[in-house]
Ligand binder design. Structure first.
Ligand SMILES: [Zn+2]
Length: 437
């Protein structure tokens, strides 16, 4: 039985594109302006959580949640197909927080954050949501009676807790060396295109590049619409020739599931089969438009992958109509939740159109999950902790609304044209350190 919440008030038209000024601003002015941190030394990262701190906080939350929350280790960062197989070399735990089980009679939502290790606020936001859900209260009770919520707050623990010259230096990439001979491929097999062989990041100082020296992968290209794709189960000659050709080793195809992290998250997805999957990222800087200089706090997207044909099996994948409809409703409800007068909270945009079947969102959308990409403004290395309180709210408020909308099913009444009318990404403000989804 569903307990009903008060109906969500949906304005007939959403004033998302409202102009606030007749003045035309030249980039990079925005409101609130900047700030772009010019030197890594000056970034305040006081609330940065190490992996050990994250682990401790999660255990404390579980202990005080009266059995409502279950903390599990879904996998380890080093149990990958090309090495590090010993018990002592497991790597970092990848945590899974469960509110409710995979009961098919409940609506199910999976949230992941910090797939890119330098996207810190995503993990902090996930922790805020875990805290809210583990507290007592009627609102939470009504949500959890009807919805199971699984959260993986930091799915790239190695990048998140990376050190460079003795100080904390979070990186986009995982830590793992391409060793094709360890998975039965010829030694000279070309690495997947999303391999970062020298361990480098873009930066604002050091001529735009910092080499921290630990190779790794962009985990968010390592997924595959064929969730069961495993190099070791394939025809190895076929895989080698696929990798050795630029025509096939590129972003138009699914990834190779060479990282333990992507395999772990996918195994959780397969166990849970969520109705909705949300992945939280960070991006660059935009203003709304030439006549609206509000700084965009967050971008959303309900679709990131086109129909896909698996080059190895010929199997076809596409996003079902119903799945896309719910994705648009979830994204629209999120955008609506942030409309508060003319505040910058409401200055949301859509993420640019992309076709990335190797992303977690892309692969899972092609396997019947309605998705929401959340892209928070700025990167850890540009904004540091500045505005983090506000930015976290631009994620927690929409997600709490989505939980309620799933619990009382009112999200299914949201008009999808509201999503279609969210302004497109535009007016980006150049910032050499940022890279997005
Ligand atoms: Zn990202």
């Amino acid at each position: 039985m569903n307990k009903k919440f008060a109906n969500i008030i949906l304005p007939a038209t959403l004033a998302l594109t409202l102009g606030v000024s007749t003045a035309v601003y030249a980039a990079p002015q925005s409101n609130p302006n900047g700030p772009y941190i010019e030197d890594n030394q000056n970034i305040s990262l006081s609330s940065y959580m190490s992996n050990a701190e994250l682990s401790k906080k999660l255990q404390q939350l579980e202990a005080s949640a009266n059995g409502k929350m279950k903390l599990e280790i879904a996998g380890y960062s080093n149990l990958s197909p090309d090495g590090y197989q010993t018990e002592t070399e497991k790597g970092e735990p990848i945590y899974l927080v469960k509110f409710g089980d995979s009961n098919p009679n409940k609506k199910r939502i999976l949230i992941t954050a910090q797939i890119h290790g330098n996207e810190q606020i995503g993990a902090e936001t996930a922790m805020d949501i875990i805290q809210k859900l583990s507290s007592n209260g009627k609102e939470v009770e009504e949500i959890l009676d009807n919805v199971s919520i699984w959260i993986m707050p930091r799915i790239n623990p190695e990048g998140a807790d990376n050190l460079y010259e003795g100080t904390w230096y979070p990186t986009r990439y995982t830590h793992q060396t391409w060793l094709p001979e360890n998975i039965g491929l010829p030694t000279d097999t070309v690495a997947p295109w999303y391999y970062n062989s020298d361990g480098s990041e873009r930066a604002q100082n050091n001529d735009g590049r910092v080499v921290y020296g630990i190779p790794g992968y962009d985990q968010n290209r390592d997924y595959n619409p064929n969730l069961d794709f495993r190099v070791e189960n394939q025809d190895l000659n076929e895989v080698a020739s696929f990798l050795n050709s630029r025509a096939t080793n590129n972003s138009r195809f699914g990834g190779f599931y060479v990282t333990a992290e992507a395999r772990t998250v996918t195994s959780v997805f397969k166990e849970f089969r969520p109705d909705v999957y949300v992945d939280v990222h960070h991006r660059g800087f935009n203003t709304v438009s030439d006549v609206d200089n509000r700084s965009v706090p967050v971008q959303f997207a309900a679709a990131v992958a086109d129909p896909y044909t698996d080059p190895f099996t010929g199997q076809q994948y596409e996003v079902d109509e119903e799945v896309l409809t719910l994705a648009k409703q979830v994204n629209a409800l999120s955008a609506l939740t942030l409309q508060k007068g003319n505040s910058h909270f409401g200055a949301v945009q859509k993420y640019p159109d992309v076709n990335l079947p190797g992303t977690a969102l892309g692969a899972f959308a092609l396997n019947d999950a309605s998705i929401m990409l959340i892209e928070i403004k700025g990167q850890s290395q540009t904004l540091g902790q500045k505005q983090s309180g506000m930015l976290k709210e631009t994620v927690t408020q929409p997600l709490m609304a989505v939980f309620k909308g799933l619990a009382d099913r009112s999200v299914y009444d949201v008009d999808t044209t509201i999503y279609d009318e969210i302004p497109e990404a535009s007016n980006s403000i150049s910032d050499p350190t940022t890279r997005d989804f």
